[in-house]
Design a protein around this ligand. Structure first.
Ligand code: BDR
Ligand code: CA
Length: 341
């Protein structure tokens, strides 16, 4: 099966790291670039963690481009109380042996799909700052991607950072609002925390299974989620820690895992009292849908993909660029020659 050409935007903390393993080593994805943004941790730490994760997956050659260091209109409120001071469970990981690229994440988000119109899938696992910045420069950006999947929101209004909001949207609600206003449901799919807490919880037996698998990737995936497991016990009350970014990545890699979805008109609150809350209009008279919301995922299928991926003793090599061998499809909005921004 051809691998899915990907760009991944991440604020790499412990669950982003597992999502990167899935994309890099699961045999379904072909990562062309990783872009980083401040979120779970400050930008420099997110970039470090992305480099480490790709190295663990056996793909140190994948370029990592640092992006925005703070939300559009607010200061950074990180999730280090969830993922650890270093975002990776504070287990003393060694520094990566690779370095980030010089070119900015926003330039990558803009220029890659212009070079390969309609071929790349963008998966966002973080506050939407980089993506919103790119949209302000290119309002037609989403039409240039094959599809855009975002781990974002909580369609049932059960939040993980506030009573009603999900972290990625709450962290930069102005950016999320820009994204919803540019989105169309055939191009943009959100997988929210409602999906994660129902269908992607690593129970005690799932955690034991990771330990029993015992490969470097399985052990890494288990150990870096140490502080998230404590947080889940104390805050969410779920029967284990959940994996929001990996389940979103799994949907992008294998949309057949989705068991329930809806198209809806979504707005984002930027008001103080309801910061980051997702307002889903389900009235008959609602404006036209702007986003496809995944609501449930095949839990067994997701976990099978996860366990199979990390069980691989020698990670699958990625073949960066190989899946873009097709003739680029010109986009109607591309009047002139593709630009390198
Ligand atoms: C999201 O917030 C972050 O803490 C996770 O990495 C995930 O992207 C879940 O709400
Ligand atoms: Ca994340």
């Amino acid at each position: 099966m051809p691998r899915l050409p990907l760009i991944i935007d991440t604020d790499t903390g412990s669950d982003d790291a597992v999502a990167l393993l899935l994309a890099a080593a699961g045999g379904l994805g072909d990562i062309h670039a990783v872009t980083t943004v401040a979120g779970n941790v400050p930008l420099r730490t997110a970039t470090r963690n992305a480099l480490i994760s790709l190295e663990v997956a056996g793909c140190p050659q994948i370029p990592v481009h640092p992006g925005c260091g703070r939300p559009m209109m607010r200061s950074l409120s990180s999730a280090q109380h969830v993922h650890g001071e270093d975002g990776m469970g504070d287990i003393g990981l060694p520094e990566p042996s690779t370095l980030p690229e010089d070119s900015h994440a926003v330039d990558v988000l803009l220029s890659y799909p212009r070079r390969h119109p309609g071929l790349l899938t963008l998966v966002t696992l973080a506050p939407l700052t980089n993506v919103a910045a790119a949209l302000t420069l290119d309002p037609l950006l989403f039409s240039r991607y094959r599809h855009v999947y975002c781990m974002a929101g909580a369609a049932d209004l059960a939040g993980n950072i506030s009573a009603t909001a999900e972290f990625n949207v709450w962290a930069d609600p102005e950016a999320a609002r820009i994204v919803t206003r540019a989105a169309t449901p055939d191009k943009v799919t959100w997988i929210g925390w409602d999906v994660s807490r129902q269908d992607a919880v690593m129970t005690a037996s799932d955690q034991q299974r990771l330990l029993d698998i015992g490969t470097p990737m399985a052990t890494f995936a288990h150990n870096i989620n140490r502080t998230v497991a404590d947080w889940a016990r104390d805050v969410t009350g779920l029967p284990g820690y959940d994996l929001p970014d990996p389940v979103a990545m799994a949907v992008a890699l294998d949309p057949g895992l989705v068991t329930r979805q809806e198209r809806a008109h979504v707005q984002i609150s930027v008001a103080d009292e309801t910061r980051g809350q997702m307002i889903v209009d389900r009235r008959v008279s609602a404006p036209a849908p702007n986003i496809t919301l995944v609501r449930r995922v095949d839990e067994a299928g997701f976990k099978r993909l996860l366990f199979d991926t990390v069980a691989s003793p020698v990670p699958h090599p990625t073949y960066a660029g190989a899946s873009l061998g097709e003739t680029p499809v010109p986009h109607p909005a591309d009047a002139g020659a593709p630009i390198d921004i």
